[in-house]
Design a protein around this ligand. Structure first.
Ligand code: PGA
Length: 241
């Protein structure tokens, strides 16, 4: 794992956006794996700036998001579909046909999950995957437990995640209890992974991730240790007490 420690969230966001910019320019046709949550918002803001001020071109960029709540319409403001439009897609020259977010309202969800992995494979796989990390060590919505799923699947969200995400909802009871998420195997297939974490509330989980030497289904992020190209970008608050 390569570790980059930045002085603050702003620098972290720019660092991540610059890695993406470099590869978007180099390869032009590129498949990005995207994440939601508060962590990547600064990186998306910087990508928008790079598009507006430096003409960074997204016309050949294809995206696949990690996860989506089950039961929310794509125009629900808490859906990840809405989040991606608000925080990135509406502000860059990406073709919405090239953006893929799991459909939490699909009729046959199990079948849909299989098709999502197939769609990623058919596109040639993910070149760079952006990840946040939950305070419980989840990546995507792969929650701690006895077993981890390899492929995209339907997950029961943990109490910890429901509590962490309640801040985005008007009523805590409105947080969906289920989601579709790419599995650990789907994530590890990405050619490169950028894991971002900022703030004091991520200090414990980042320390655990950097120090862990075992694979532990109760700590899903530990499986990132199997990947040969993971860059962990953290701000000082998430790295030092
Ligand atoms: P956050 O979520 O970016 O809102 O902290 C990260 C995650 O749960 O993966």
């Amino acid at each position: 794992m390569e570790l980059i420690v930045t002085k603050d969230y702003d620098e972290l966001s720019k660092e991540a956006a610059n890695i993406l910019k470099r590869d978007i320019k180099k390869y032009k046709k590129i498949n990005l794996g995207l994440a939601t949550g508060s962590t990547p918002i600064g990186c998306y803001k910087e990508l928008i700036r790079l598009h507006e001020e430096e003409g960074l071109d997204f016309s050949d960029v294809v995206t696949f998001n990690l996860d989506e709540y089950i039961g929310l319409d794509s125009n629900n403001k808490n859906s990840y579909s809405y989040f991606m439009k608000e925080n990135l897609f509406n502000h860059i020259n990406i073709d919405l046909e090239n953006t893929h977010i799991p459909n939490g309202k699909a009729k046959n969800l199990k079948e849909y999950c299989k098709k999502y992995d197939q769609k990623i494979e058919d596109a040639g796989g993910i070149d760079i995957q952006i990840l946040g990390i939950g305070t419980n060590g989840h990546i995507g919505f792969n929650e701690p437990g006895d077993r981890l799923n390899i492929n995209t699947f339907i997950v029961d969200l943990s109490e910890n995640t429901i509590k962490d995400n309640a801040r985005f909802f008007e009523n805590p009871e409105d947080v969906p209890k289920k989601a579709i998420t790419m599995g650990i195997g789907s994530i590890l297939k990405a050619k490169k992974i950028l894991l971002l974490a900022n703030g004091k509330n991520k200090y414990d989980v980042i320390k655990k991730l950097l120090e862990t030497e075992t694979l532990d289904s109760e700590f899903p992020a530990s499986f990132l240790k199997l990947h040969h190209d993971v860059v962990v970008i953290v701000d000082k608050d998430a790295y030092e007490k």
